[in-house]
Write a protein that binds this ligand. Structure first.
Ligand SMILES: Cc1cc2nc3c(=O)[nH]c(=O)nc-3n(C[C@H](O)[C@H](O)[C@H](O)COP(=O)(O)OP(=O)(O)OC[C@H]3O[C@@H](n4cnc5c(N)ncnc54)[C@H](O)[C@@H]3O)c2cc1C
Length: 510
């Protein structure tokens, strides 16, 4: 049984990071209040509903390293499967270059066979990749589970073991050149840099573990959408006695010296707490929520930020049963597309497009005989502004035409009965700094000790969780940020805890 203390914790934001921290801390004996500005939980992992009975995930559609989520529920004495219905997708994704397609599998033998079928002679490279990247993942993973509050943290034996993988100027794309010759095959193992909103040509080499985890541990769908994960965490939190307040925006944190005392809410009320966990988007929170201690915009803008995402959510009056669950259409000149995004100024006409046709796995997102289509095109963040309001319909139409040309959805535009678009400007107005949907970039200069710390610099009792802090963006790492900050809070107040460990058995056989 967790020890009972009546220390109170305020968590600001019910995204995946805030929900993880709230759930763990409530279970470890704290009295947690979780405030969320929106009228539903989940943040970027919330549900979006459209007229006509269509339901979508706002953001995440790929669940990787499911064991990270399992560990969070395990600590509460339950299994993820007690709350959610998972589907391990095999094939995971169809990758298409104009004229060539490759299906990806987490089943190693099937993947090797598919690679050999599409890119003859490449099987050995894949086998070698899986072996060598497995060793790399085993070295790096433990370093992502601990905080970095001083340069001395680099001296831990675990990090020293991983340093050769971390301290290199090579990019993810460079690493894949060690295994494959065909540019398309390299992309099949590097496009995952886009999960961090980065270019494979700039993303640090250590992140080649992203594609490894995908090919090794698979990609999961959750019936009803990945937003159900956030909902399940919120339900478990409330069931454990936590207080959840929706439609409750924080105006600013209250602090004196190095101590945070709580928060002033937009409605003028004050919530006091012994410690505060901030899940609101890092750039937004650091520049807006800390009153006189906020970071000036000009300083924040010097940091590097991820790209953004142009989103189209479509309610269709039909089902495309032959289209895959996940489909990525690469730009014809992918390098140029990625460079445009990296420039933060040019919107590509030759864009890459990701399509999720969830109905083939999960009919729950639309009325019978109909379906919802989720479309994401990575694009520039909103650093330099862009007239998205003036051009969003035209840009959406270009994307839809590309889908009609390159998939079996030839009559797509005639099947639309409901539509919703989110542009980088919209992301920005929903409190995501610069509309950079995947947060601060994951450059070497913004990682580990150099990323905003889990215990917020300058304060003794304020903690950060979510994609803007260590270990970084993406659901598994965000769950980990919630756990790291929860551990630090327990250590501060002398509350014992026993974090669940399911990862070790997954690492053992690498
Ligand atoms: C389009 C898109 C697709 C993605 N796809 C994937 C994917 O497939 N797989 C994956 O692993 N990751 C994916 N991600 C990345 C990442 O997993 C999600 O963005 C994730 O939801 C981020 O979680 P978070 O906890 O950092 O922040 P958020 O989800 O943004 O949560 C922050 C919360 O804080 C609240 N808040 C902000 N300000 C205040 C305030 N003043 N007072 C109270 N509450 C406040 C917000 O309303 C929000 O609910 C995707 C992201 C996007 C945008």
């Amino acid at each position: 049984m967790p020890s009972k203390t009546r220390k109170s914790i305020l968590v600001v934001g019910a995204g995946p990071g805030g929900l993880t921290a709230a759930l763990l801390l409530q279970h470890r004996g704290f009295q947690v209040t979780l405030v969320e500005k929106n009228d539903r939980v989940g943040g970027r992992n919330a549900e979006l509903s459209l007229d006509g009975g269509y339901s979508f995930d706002v953001g995440p559609t790929f669940l990787h390293q499911k064991f990270c989520l399992d560990e969070i529920f395990a600590e509460t004495g339950t299994r993820s499967e007690d709350h959610l219905q998972f589907v391990n997708l095999n094939p995971m994704t169809r990758l298409s270059w104009n004229g060539t397609s490759l299906h990806t599998f987490s089943d190693r033998e099937r993947m090797a066979g598919e690679i050999e079928r599409v890119f003859p002679g490449s099987r050995d490279g894949f086998e070698r990749y899986m072996r060598e990247q497995g060793a790399k993942f085993r070295a790096i993973y433990p370093c992502l589970q601990r905080p970095y509050h001083s340069l001395r943290s680099y001296l831990s034996p675990k990090l020293l073991k991983a340093l050769p993988y971390v301290l290199t100027t090579r990019s993810v794309h460079d690493v894949l050149g060690d295994y494959f010759k065909d540019e398309r095959l390299k992309l099949a193992f590097t496009f995952q840099a886009k999960y961090l909103g980065m270019s494979p040509w700039h993303c640090p080499a250590l992140f080649s573990i992203l594609s490894f985890t995908e090919y090794r541990y698979g990609v999961y769908h959750v019936q009803g959408g990945l937003n159900r994960i956030s909902q399940a965490m919120a339900d478990a939190f409330v069931k454990a006695g936590g207080e959840l307040r929706l439609s409750s925006p924080v105006r600013r944190l209250q602090h004196s010296g190095h101590t945070v005392h709580g928060a002033l809410m937009e409605d003028g009320t004050i919530i006091k707490a012994d410690a505060v966990v901030v899940n609101a988007d890092y750039g937004h929170a650091a520049t807006r929520l800390f009153g006189g201690r906020s970071v000036p915009d000009e300083r924040m803008r010097r940091k590097k930020f991820s790209c953004s995402a142009f989103m189209i959510y479509l309610g269709l009056d039909t089902v495309y049963p032959d289209e895959p669950h996940h489909h990525i259409l690469f730009a014809d000149d992918y390098r140029r597309n990625v460079d445009d995004i990296q420039s933060e100024q040019r919107v590509s006409d030759d864009m890459s497009v990701y399509i999720r046709n969830a109905v083939v796995t999960d009919p729950s997102g639309a009325p019978a005989g109909k379906s919802g289509l989720y479309i994401l095109s990575p694009t520039i963040n909103h650093r330099h502004g862009y007239d998205w309001d003036g051009c969003k319909e035209g840009y959406a139409d270009k994307i839809l035409r590309r889908i009609e040309e390159r998939t079996g959805m030839k009559d797509l535009r005639r099947r639309i009965v409901a539509k919703h678009i989110i542009t980088p400007a919209d992301w920005e107005s929903s409190s995501i700094y610069m509309g950079a949907t995947f947060n601060l970039a994951h450059t070497l200069g913004q990682m580990l000790y150099l990323r905003p710390h889990n215990r917020c610099q300058g304060f003794d009792n304020c903690y950060l969780v979510g994609g803007g802090t260590h270990p970084g963006s993406g659901l598994p790492t965000i769950y980990e940020s919630g756990r790291i900050s929860s551990n630090l809070i327990c250590e501060r107040f002398g509350v014992p805890y026993e974090a669940a460990d399911l990862a070790s058995e997954h690492l053992r056989d690498l």
